[in-house]
Design a protein around this ligand. Structure first.
Ligand SMILES: C[S@@+](CC[C@H](N)C(=O)[O-])C[C@H]1O[C@@H](n2cnc3c(N)ncnc32)[C@H](O)[C@@H]1O
Length: 255
């Protein structure tokens, strides 16, 4: 009797602790978003969700809230050079002077304007969904005299890029907040030339010590699953940055 009582008490404590550590486990809601036929929907909406998320889940991951244009100055913070080492990240991309690069979720163009001198005969297509970010990109294009940077207003479902034109599509700290990741990646896949690459820079989700909100980090396992879903093939991960993965994927030549 006392033994059973103690065991039950222990179970309650363990369950409470696991809820505290991970209050919104995806598996707990795996029944949500299923059609009557049992075929899973692409996205699941859940009212019980993380406060940093939008309550919409894709392949077991909750989509993060978009960083508003009010945070533009934070993207240009002086400490970013040390934290993210953009020069090393750009060197790892192995760009050619003629490369056509799409910087998707470009924000203020922190990466677009640093890539621009590396592709003097090419282009940087700087795509964002916030018109205020496009205004900042246009202002900085003139300020930096970066004629080869082209700001492009996309929509949440479409990067608004012509088919088969892009050598490398880069997403820095952006993919995890796409509201329609499947549609965006399908559009990006179509925009890539055969053999073109997708590169994701995301804070390492595997490392709980990286001081970034959970939904704003991604694990390699999750990224690979989501890229594979649109036909991209993982090539390599370069872990040379202090806190982020640089993950390379390719559109098959015969696609
Ligand atoms: C955290 S900011 C990162 C900006 C930039 N990549 C950088 O590293 O400085 C994410 C950006 O992605 C943009 N974004 C979110 N969803 C998008 C989508 N579906 N298509 C294009 N841009 C998107 C947001 O508007 C925001 O400017």
């Amino acid at each position: 009797m006392i033994k059973t009582f103690l065991l039950r008490g222990l179970l309650v404590i363990v369950s409470a602790l696991s809820l505290l550590l991970n209050p919104f486990p995806a598996e707990a809601f795996s029944f949500a978003g299923q059609t009557l036929g049992g075929k899973p929907e692409t996205y699941q909406e859940r009212s019980l969700h993380h406060p940093d998320g939008i309550g919409k889940f894709y392949m077991g991951r909750e989509i993060a809230q978009v960083m508003g244009h009010q945070g533009a100055a934070w993207l240009e913070r002086s400490s970013r050079g040390i934290e993210e080492q953009p020069a090393a990240a750009i060197a790892a991309l192995d760009l050619k002077p003629t490369s056509i690069v799409a910087d998707i979720g470009a924000g203020t163009g922190y990466f677009s304007f640093r890539i621009s001198p590396n592709v003097p005969q090419g282009k940087v297509l700087a795509v964002d969904v916030q018109p205020e970010m496009i205004d900042i990109l246009k202002f900085l294009k003139t300020e930096n005299q970066a004629d080869n940077v082209e700001p492009i207003l996309g929509s949440v479902t479409d990067p608004n890029l012509p088919d088969n034109t892009v050598d490398l599509a880069l997403m820095v700290d952006a993919y995890h907040e796409f509201e329609y990741p499947k549609e965006m990646m399908t559009g990006i896949f179509a925009a890539l030339k055969p053999g073109g690459q997708v590169v994701l820079l995301e804070y390492r989700g595997e490392n709980p010590l990286i001081p970034i909100k959970g939904l704003h980090k991604m694990s390699q396992k999750q990224v690979k699953k989501e890229m594979q879903a649109v036909g991209l093939v993982w090539q390599e991960t370069k872990d040379l940055l202090p806190q982020q993965h640089i993950m390379f994927f390719q559109k098959p030549v015969a696609a």
